[in-house]
Design a protein around this ligand. Sequence first.
Ligand code: MG
Ligand code: MG
Length: 251
Amino acid sequence: MIQIKSPRELETMAAGGRILAATHQHVKPAIQPGISTLELDAMVESFIRSHAGATPSFKGLYGFPGSACISINEEIVHGIPSPKRILAEGDIVTVDIGVYYGGFHTDSAWTYAVGRILPETQRLMDVTEASLYAGIRQAVLGNHIGDIGAAVEEVVAQARFTVVRDLVGHGVGANMHEDPQVPNHGKPKRGPKLQVGMTLAIEPMVNAGGAATRTLSDKWTIVTLDGAMSAHFEHTVAITAEGPRILTTLS
Ligand code: MG
Ligand code: MG
């Protein structure tokens, strides 16, 4: 069942989303060669908890050990923070963060370059971010969930990259994962109709190679089957009468 949020609940989610956006700003300068993903995770956790009433959504969610999911290069999602995972020049790293605040979750992921990266890797990041905003532009009244995925996929396909189909965006609110699913592919005018007060985590995951995935033996980390790089950009977005409202932003 799709949970509709009241205007007041949306303001609470926007407040949590601002903390989340600030958390990304906080960790971004630390993303340098030599830092471990566990150190980044500790920065995420302490920064979120420094805001009264805010906690990291992912800590303990389904048993996940970290506060953030931190995924390097061919890792798509759900990388476990580790002292043994040290960032190196040329890597890309996705930091996926959830904030629980005032009874509601928000969810936002960003892929960052570590030092200098190859131009083709930069292009993968740029296309993935562009596909996120193409999807968000379709998050308007009168459209359906399928319009979002179709817009994401079009941007990605034109760039000759591939969207991950095994993983999807989702409704988000009192629970981190709510209905409806928000695939990164689809057909216009298909799927649930968008309504005022729906809050969606729109999150294209884009591979430089094929779409196929596999899960590592740690039972969490999902990687590209062919080992090619993957990027991931995510915002929590509310459907409003005035158009899409990004909740996980400082502005
Ligand atoms: Mg996320
Ligand atoms: Mg999400």
